[in-house]
Design a protein around this ligand. Structure first.
Ligand SMILES: O=C(O)c1ccccc1N[C@@H]1O[C@H](COP(=O)(O)O)[C@@H](O)[C@H]1O
Length: 206
């Protein structure tokens, strides 16, 4: 089965349109203020209007206040939430939306220990979290270290690019792949050619 493809951190309507045109399944809007891909509420509203039916809109947060998530949800039609910090499962499920929980493959904590906590997650996203940065790093981790017995669908992330995604899909067979910096021309600027190349590479091996 073909893995679902999410492109995270679009910062303009034209980038979202180009990704949809290329065949993406989901687009991520980043609400973590320290990211070069962070957008304002008005930008998020404008971008979400440009996203056609059957492309999911995912809101990315990292250790947000509950009030901030609710403020975003009141304005932006997010289908799903993606949490990249130390949010508990109770926090992740508090908004009446399905959620993806990101877990880091660097550091001392075994992702399997954490994974058990998020039994209602729509997927678990495994990312390198290199240098204690929780995403958007462009760093690959050793895919051999992925837990074999994950109870939820696996989304593979971290340093994916048009050059390595086919190998990643063949080796890991994830439910989905998520990419941010690997399809950019500069931080926060998605490149239509790279997005299209990335998606075509996934299709090529499925
Ligand atoms: O994209 C960001 O800026 C970001 C910031 C904080 C947390 C997560 C972020 N993005 C997510 O990081 C992974 C991997 O990114 P990359 O492909 O290695 O650049 C991906 O899941 C993004 O959704």
């Amino acid at each position: 089965m073909r893995p679902r493809i999410k492109i995270c951190g679009v910062t303009s309507a034209s980038q979202a349109e180009a990704a949809a045109e290329a065949g993406v399944d989901a687009l991520g809007l980043v609400f973590h203020p320290n990211s070069p891909r962070a957008i304002t509420l008005s930008q998020a509203v404008e971008i979400s209007r440009a996203i056609p039916a059957f492309v999911s809109v995912v809101g990315l947060f990292m250790d947000p206040e509950k009030a901030r998530v609710n403020e975003v949800l009141a304005r932006v039609p997010l289908e799903m939430l993606q949490f990249h910090g130390r949010e508990s499962a109770a926090f992740c499920r508090a908004f009446g939306r399905r959620y993806i929980k990101a877990l880091g493959m660097s550091g001392g904590v075994d992702p399997m220990t954490l994974a058990g906590e998020y039994e209602d997650a729509a997927a678990l996203l495994l990312d390198s979290h290199a240098g204690n940065r929780a995403g958007g790093t462009g760093e690959v981790f050793d895919w051999q270290r992925l837990p074999q017995a994950l109870q939820r669908p696996l989304v593979l992330a971290g340093g994916l690019s048009p050059g390595n995604v086919a190998r990643a899909v063949e080796q890991v067979r994830p439910w989905g792949v998520d990419v941010s910096s690997g399809v950019e021309s500069a931080p926060g600027v998605k490149d239509p050619v790279k997005m299209s190349h990335f998606i075509n590479e996934v299709h090529r091996v499925c």
